[in-house]
Design a protein around this ligand. Structure first.
Ligand SMILES: N[C@@H](CCC(=O)N[C@@H](CS)C(=O)NCC(=O)O)C(=O)O
Length: 217
């Protein structure tokens, strides 16, 4: 089902936009997709900065009003389209899901974002091997902690926190895709990899993959 007047600004390889694509697919609604070419620097163009002064994707134009930050966009979607719930369960379960999502979105992802990696190269002058080591370090240690979060109190699978995919799975799958791009060692994360295999069986996840997007290169 199309979502009239709603536009999602993203980039095929952006894991934050990928989170939003999965969430929209799970809800069965499709905003118009507007690609912003991050490698070319389109996120810093004046027109785009008017939409998102942070110069980051995603942004969601809901008709004259623009929402930013993937988790805020997904919570807006969950509140306006309650089924299926992306934050299911009781208050403690929802806190677990939010904590896992933030462990990725607030603690892992920002350290490996494009603008941070570019800054390490210039002006700081690090070579590509050092930058890749930085990336792998934060993603491997961060995901090992996420593995502990989903196993800490007796696991209720097959998804991160129960029988249905939630905001936690929505954040996990794009972060694993990022980790693979720099050949990270994921051997400390067998449960996360099993969750990934489970998510891959759902078209909502499979159709949101970077290589399936119209701007994929
Ligand atoms: N916390 C933000 C992160 C957004 C973000 O960092 N987006 C990246 C792509 S995944 C971006 O636009 N990077 C552009 C740049 O670094 O110049 C969110 O969840 O939406």
């Amino acid at each position: 089902m199309g979502l009239r007047h709603v536009k999602l600004y993203g980039y095929f390889r952006s894991s934050a936009a990928y989170r939003c694509r999965i969430a929209f697919n799970l809800k069965g609604v499709a905003p118009e997709y507007v690609p912003i070419h991050l490698r070319r620097g389109d996120q810093r163009a004046e027109d785009y900065l008017r939409l998102n002064p942070q110069g980051l994707v995603p942004a969601l134009d809901i008709g004259g009003r623009v929402l930013t930050q993937s988790l805020a966009i997904i919570e807006w979607l969950d509140e306006t389209h309650p089924e299926p719930a992306l934050l299911p369960g009781d208050a403690a379960n929802r806190a677990d899901i939010r904590a896992f999502a933030l462990a990725i979105a607030a603690d892992i992802h920002p350290l490996n974002n494009l603008r941070v990696l570019k800054y390490l190269k210039a002006p700081l002058g690090h070579d590509q091997a050092t930058i890749d080591a930085w990336y792998r370090h934060w993603v491997e240690s961060g995901l090992a902690a996420c593995e502990a979060l989903v196993t800490k109190e007796g696991r209720r699978g097959p998804y991160c926190f129960g029988a249905e995919p939630s905001l936690a799975d929505i954040c996990l799958i794009p972060q694993l895709a990022n980790a693979r791009r720099v050949d990270s060692d994921l051997s400390a994360c067998p449960t996360l990899l099993a969750i990934e295999a489970q998510c891959a069986t759902l078209p909502a996840f499979a159709d949101a993959a970077p290589e399936k997007q119209p701007d994929a290169e």
